[in-house]
Design a protein around this ligand. Structure first.
Ligand SMILES: NC(=O)c1ccc[n+]([C@@H]2O[C@H](COP(=O)([O-])OP(=O)(O)OC[C@H]3O[C@@H](n4cnc5c(N)ncnc54)[C@H](O)[C@@H]3O)[C@@H](O)[C@H]2O)c1
Length: 320
């Protein structure tokens, strides 16, 4: 049984995935309040560009603020669905001093938002978790053991635990464990974005960590948005978590060949040692989300990469 969303709050609205989620909801007639602090971790101008369509839409309101500093109750009402995507994403930056930012933006902000959402009896609370909650798995093993190998993964697993306990208190929490998301607007720290930059004209080199045989389940951003909206419209027990993946894994070497084929020129690569927190394999288990919502991924790696290529080429033309 589904429910139609009329109003939603999207945190991290100016980010890569958040901005796509905002746009799709506006297309579906939802009134959206977006919250984002335009964290300078990567270009705030790029984030503003992500929202350029939404900002001209009459049903969109942008609140430019840090969740940790905002009186959240003013945006939360019983009829609204919260999509909490704001976070300090990224595995490598969570080591060392970066951990403080991961704690602040992933854990503290989430707890504050869950508390305010419970108090204001919001209809549904969906939040972005990550494949990083799983640690290293061997090929063919079913990836159900939560044992993160990076500080970022630890914060995301803690967020899942917050989801579970606020779920027990009556907030309709649903955790979405996204697996490496790609497509237009992908964050500049992510591998595919950097690989396209290394294949397009310029002097950017891609740092290949390890031997490139590490495999990821790559998920196209529109599939992630569809899965997120499908979960928001069906009833699942509070505190549930779901893997959201693209349906296939590919090695980094495989991605490099595909990007070189699409761009028509080789990627400039320098080899560096493998990085801590970088698993050999990530692989989603899609049975539970398919059973709950009927959703399954639709965009092939070739089509998704071609769409990202068009966006990256356009980005390059803007700075030339
Ligand atoms: N991109 C992926 O492959 C991937 C994979 C797994 C999980 N996720 C999760 O999905 C979510 C979105 O990821 P993304 O790739 O779009 O990242 P992103 O960095 O592009 O977007 C996150 C946004 O949140 C905002 N933000 C951060 N802290 C905030 C705060 N305290 N208050 C208000 N705004 C704040 C940032 O300014 C940014 O615009 C994150 O929770 C991330 O951990 C992403």
């Amino acid at each position: 049984m589904g429910t139609k969303i009329l109003r939603s709050v999207v945190t991290g609205a100016a980010g890569f995935i958040g901005s796509h989620l905002v746009e799709e909801q506006l297309n579906r007639g939802v009134t959206v309040t977006g919250i984002d602090c335009f964290d300078p971790w990567y270009s705030p101008e790029a984030k503003r560009a992500n929202l350029s369509k939404a900002l001209n839409h009459p049903n969109f309101e942008l609140i430019e603020a840090d969740l940790n500093e905002l009186n959240l109750s003013q945006f939360l009402e019983p009829d609204c669905v919260v999509f909490h995507l704001a976070a300090r994403a990224g595995v490598q930056d969570s080591w060392g001093e970066g951990f403080e930012s991961s704690i602040k933006n992933n854990l503290l902000a989430t707890q504050k938002l869950m508390e305010a959402s419970l108090e204001n009896k919001v209809n549904r609370f969906l939040y972005a978790s990550s494949s990083s909650v799983y640690g290293n798995i061997g090929a063919g093993e079913k990836q159900r053991v939560e044992s993160p190998i990076s500080p970022y993964g630890v914060t995301k697993l803690a967020v899942d635990q917050l989801g579970r306990i606020y779920g027990e208190r009556g907030l309709q929490t649903v955790g979405m464990r996204y697996f490496t998301v790609y497509g237009p607007r992908q964050r500049p720290d992510m591998a595919m974005n950097r690989l396209f930059q290394a294949a397009l004209p310029g002097d950017f080199y891609f740092s290949l960590r390890g031997d490139g045989t590490q495999k990821r389940e790559f998920t196209y951003v529109s599939d992630v948005v569809e899965a997120t909206l499908a979960l928001s419209q069906c009833f699942v027990p509070a505190g549930s978590t779901f893997d959201i993946g693209g349906g296939n894994t590919c090695s980094v070497l495989g991605i490099i060949s595909e990007i070189e084929r699409i761009v028509g020129s080789p990627c400039r690569i320098k080899e560096v040692s493998s990085a801590p927190g970088d698993p050999k394999l990530t692989e989603a288990t899609l049975g539970p989300i398919s059973e709950a919502t009927g959703w399954s991924p639709r965009v092939s790696l070739q089509d998704g990469l071609s769409a990202q290529y068009l966006w990256q080429e356009h980005q390059l033309s803007l700075v030339r």
